[in-house]
Design a protein around this ligand. Sequence first.
Ligand code: HEC
Length: 205
Amino acid sequence: MRSAKVLVATVAVALTGCAVTVSTSESGPAGPSPRLGQPVSEAQLAKWNIDVRTPDGLGLPPGKGSVADGKKVYDAKCLACHGEGAKGGPVFGAMVGGIGSFKTNTRVLTPGSMYPYAGVLFDYVRRAMPMNAPQSLTDDESYAVSAYILHLNGLMPANGVGDAKTFTALVMPNRDGFISDTRPDVKAERCMSNCPPISSTRGKK
Ligand code: HEC
């Protein structure tokens, strides 16, 4: 089942990049108030509703970025931690190579070797990187730097351009390397109204 595969791949990504900002625009005598109980507008929610659904790429925004522009973004905003050509730096190991290693006993985890869809890379970069300033990249920059990392992994040509179309079309080497979690209790079926109590659904599917 496709959706379960996707879930396994994206949960880690979502957790890593998760952060909550409490608006502090209203100040009281005791300092900023957390504004508990304020309704949340669709516009406010939209800023956090940035997940990319893979494998069909739903959620990939408009915009694009070339491999060449991605190198510029990378050298300015990523190299300090990830090293020259993403070969590994003072803060994190290599983000290139390892392709095929997931079929062996010595796995080398990189976006090229592990991620099942290019959209996972875009999603992760956009929400979580650079680590010292997450969500500071424009969508074009996220496309560009993701395209550059894919290029370094031999998965995009030097003149390639990352956008919703190319990232959805790209067949990543480890696309079929995930297994579905078939346990009944992990089926996240959405219920929006008249939902049965949780106790009555648990363990029955
Ligand atoms: C301040 C240091 C720092 C900077 C700057 C930084 N990163 Fe990272 N990056 C990290 C760390 C630390 C991790 C591992 C995070 C984790 O596992 O939770 C990481 C993980 C990643 C991963 C996941 C790698 C994997 O193997 O799954 C990607 C992709 C990535 N960074 C891309 C970028 C890009 C692109 C930029 C620049 C726009 C960037 N990073 C800038 C520190 C940094």
